[in-house]
Design a protein around this ligand. Sequence first.
Ligand code: ADP
Ligand code: ZN
Length: 730
Amino acid sequence: MTLKKNLSQYFGYDTFKEGQEKIITAAINGQDVLGIMPTGGGKSLCYQLPATLLPGITLVISPLISLMKDQVDALGEMGIASTFLNSSLDDTTYQERLKKIRANHYKLLYIAPERLCAPAFVDLVRELSVSLVAVDEAHCISQWGHDFRPHYREIPAFINNISPRPVVAAYTATATKKVIQEIKALLALKEPVESIIGFDRPNLLYQVVKTGDKLGYLKNTITQTFPDQSGIIYCATRKTVESVTAKLNSLGFLAGAYHGGMSPEAREQNQQDFINDRLHLMVATNAFGMGINKPDVRFIIHYNMPQNMEAYYQEAGRGGRDGEPSHCTILYSPADIVKQKQLIQLNQTSPERETLLFENLQYLVDYCHTNDCLRKSILQYFGETADFERCGNCGNCLDQSEMVDITLDAQKILSCIYRMKNRFGLNMVIAVLRGSKNKKVLELGFDKLSTYGILQDQSAESLREIIMTLVAKGYLVVTADEYPVLKLTAAAGGILNGQKRVFHKKHLLNIKAAKAKTSGKAKPPLDCDEALFEELRSLRRRIAQEKGLPPYVIFPDAALKEMAAYFPRTEAEFLKINGVGQARYEHYGAVFIEAISSFADHNPITIRPRPIAAVDDTEARVYMRQRGESEAKLPSWELSYDLFAGGMTIADIAKQRDLTETSIVNHLIRCDQEGKAIDWSDFVDDQKEMAIINAIGTVGLEALRPIKEALPESYSYNDIKIVIHKNDLQ
Ligand code: ADP
Ligand code: ZN
């Protein structure tokens, strides 16, 4: 009971996020815990809430100095006394803090790992009653992680010196098995209670944009999709950072630069301006990021290709830490890949490492060319199995563009590479296919090949796109010999002998950015009054400036959105807003209520209904049933899905609902498009699927009837529809 009371009183929340309650309860009951949760999963609450309930002090070990100050500020706003000790403090402040710590003034003390074994600190801790030691970013203890901090190795000895042994809690977003094992072993966690939440970040919309006009794309995104919001633009080099910043500034945007060639002061200034919303855009090399905890970054654009998937996931992961919808976009250009490959070769590491680097890069190149779900591709890279086929919230899942059969072109390309003896790179292959008179082509006698000029009607750009797609689909590999060489794989045989067909999205070379929206597992964006939201944001910015705090410390974006949706104008209503606890209400309630009231007096307003509190729609449905509300209000396709998820066959569902089987198939397809998990292989086996794909290859996709006629009797229209949908052919 007190748990829920404190959750609401201090933090302003009524419910826990996935995985929180289990480890919070365990920690309070004296058990060690391990929380593996993605960024934005709500790890801080897992030690902050226990700290308010445990008798002694909670020590939080964190590697990020800038983050400590933010957290302490935010806790102060919530009415929880906390402080930090690190090297940024002058001596007087330090001594004062020590005094207050000794006087048991604080519930939480943040410390940098460097302090742990300083004798003065060890003495101090002896005098305290320590209830909990929380190790944030616990992967820093592991050499296998990307972020090893030698001082983290001193934590176990430090804990051993505390008597009685406090509860030890470790938290990280890194989920590799090796790292998790090391954390458990090195910290000597005692039978820890674990919450391991998937790696996925459902609120991030991943997309790859192929555009010749990167700056134009930036301009559109900044003005149309995310006006006045925070975004990071990652570039490969300092020079690009400088030029993109200059261009954005000349267009009137508030952009700052960040790279290793700038003075530390200039960098720090820009970082602070970005955190405090004085700059909206940060244009940066990969030097920018560690220690950035700004939660409301709405878009991360990679102006150039990142180096590999790990780096990409880290950098993209800096978007949307507050759980609100955010976009992660790669602006793809083939020239960037060439640049990255040259960089790898220039670095002259060992041959094994070089192969690894090429492989890593290749995965990212494949990611840029796949037609499959991008989220799924990311999860697979990190060894997680996705529980969906299409997430419904990435560039590919949202892209409705037509699929075309490119088998014939693929055959021409593959046989050309075969005739060139698998010994040449992309540009040479394209030159031969297009019948170039290039000196080298003629010298090597490639103009005598039967495939010379066989695709001369195609642009080099589109051939490149098709070839890279063949690589992504595994029919070709790019090997890292002296220079990158295209080679056929065994799978290419199936294409050449006509047994397999290849389809590809008719690539709009410039995919339009999808409007911020989420679906699948992500919570839907809250519909709110945009004008009021903007007013509340500027009010928040003014208060933040006066107090010298980052705006999100006052209220998170999500809380402002709720205010702009529900128009709370009394204390009770205001406290219902998620993220508004007692202390924040007392500090800011009056000003915000006044702003909302005044807005409501001068504008026509629509107060949005509160959604039914629900973790997922199953709960919502139960709730509706309990309230006697008709289920018929649910879309028909969801009702079919419910029955399907309950184990019924399509035929049974059709019978029960008195609908045709075709309608049920259409319902399930619709649900699949909306991100609900459906395993289509239950319906059509591989052999049938292959036969249907072959039939489509012969008669085309214009109408279903000819396909049906090209197949044996036992194949139904529904089988055909399912295969078309499953393979994303339309
Ligand atoms: P992490 O450290 O795991 O990246 P944070 O602790 O910063 O995540 O939390 C991410 C966001 O989720 C923050 O904006 C936080 O206020 C919010 N949050 C945490 N717990 C809850 C909860 N129980 N209900 C609603 N929002 C929460
Ligand atoms: Zn997807």
